[in-house]
Design a binder for this molecule. Structure first.
Ligand SMILES: [Zn+2]
Length: 290
């Protein structure tokens, strides 16, 4: 897959829409990201239950389910219907995790917590944003209903629910508490490393050099890129569906039910390389004073 084809339009759309949102605090332009999408099993016990753009993942076990991300508050009816149409009951969602505390991934947390009684798990830095409804923390984007975080996770910590074991990899940059999650899944007697990759984009207006609110942000990004490149990844997933070419992969899966295009280590490497190039380009530009 050619990442340039995918990455450039996605990055452009993201920059445009986020700057609109930051200026007006309206979420209307995000309607395009909030269209229903038929939920499906990705691999093993992992299901896609998000919208057409905002990825949410349900991981099931006899002990209950883990939900990664809840999208926007307006997405709640879509996410709930998706979970139920797969035959899973909302009340068995026990844990709600996040990719990062921007409104398009976590604004649905408060209502989902109320509907399920699930515990919310987050990194310390993202917890600050979640508990303040997006007001606190570095470069907040969007406001949402505050939600109490029940458990703070550290880098390398494992969150368990029954047979599910998800490892947190803190990858600060996009937000201070930005988190990648990994787990092992079994399919047809084979084991695969699944990576819920984080967003590594630089938000509009955020400076890498002489950033007064986060002086070490450039180093944080650099370390996060190094960490991500060291993580094993067979199954590549991410917080926005276009990041991992979701719709095209679903079409390929339908055409050949034996294939699983979500097993895509190369797609992951290209994804990280695309963001790292964006980071290096910006760093160079800022350092040369252009
Ligand atoms: Zn974000």
């Amino acid at each position: 897959m050619n990442w340039r084809k995918l990455f450039v339009p996605v990055a452009f759309m993201w920059l445009t829409l986020v700057s609109i949102s930051a200026q007006t605090q309206t979420q209307k332009p995000f309607d395009d990201w909030n269209q229903p999408f038929k939920p499906f099993r990705i691999i093993g016990n992992i299901y896609y239950v998000g919208t057409n753009n905002l990825a949410c993942f349900l991981i099931t076990s006899p002990a209950g389910y883990v939900l990664i991300d809840t999208a926007m508050q307006e997405s709640a009816p879509i996410i709930r219907a998706n979970i139920e149409s797969l035959g899973y009951k909302l009340k068995y969602v026990r844990l709600i995790l996040s990719s990062h505390a921007h409104f398009d991934h976590v604004a649905g947390h408060a209502d989902m917590k109320a509907a399920t009684g699930a515990q919310v798990v987050a990194s310390a830095a993202d917890a600050l944003a979640l508990e303040s409804g997006g007001a606190k923390g570095f470069h907040p984007i969007g406001s949402y209903k505050p939600v109490k975080v029940d458990r703070i996770i550290k880098d390398g910590e494992i969150v368990r629910l029954g047979s599910i074991a998800l490892k947190a990899h803190l990858t600060p940059g996009h937000t201070e508490g930005n988190t990648a999650w990994s787990m092992t899944v079994e399919e047809n007697g084979k084991k695969y490393e699944v990576l819920f990759a984080p967003s590594m984009s630089i938000n509009p207006g955020v400076k890498m050099v002489n950033n007064p609110t986060w002086p070490t942000i450039a180093d944080a990004y650099a370390r996060s890129f190094q960490k991500l490149k060291s993580l094993p990844c067979d199954v590549f997933l991410g917080p926005h569906a276009p990041f991992f070419d979701m719709e095209a992969k679903v079409a390929r899966m339908k055409a050949d039910p034996k294939a699983n295009p979500f097993i895509d280590p190369e797609g992951f490497r290209n994804y990280i390389a695309g963001f790292e190039k964006g980071y290096n380009d910006q760093l160079q530009k800022e350092r040369s004073g252009k």
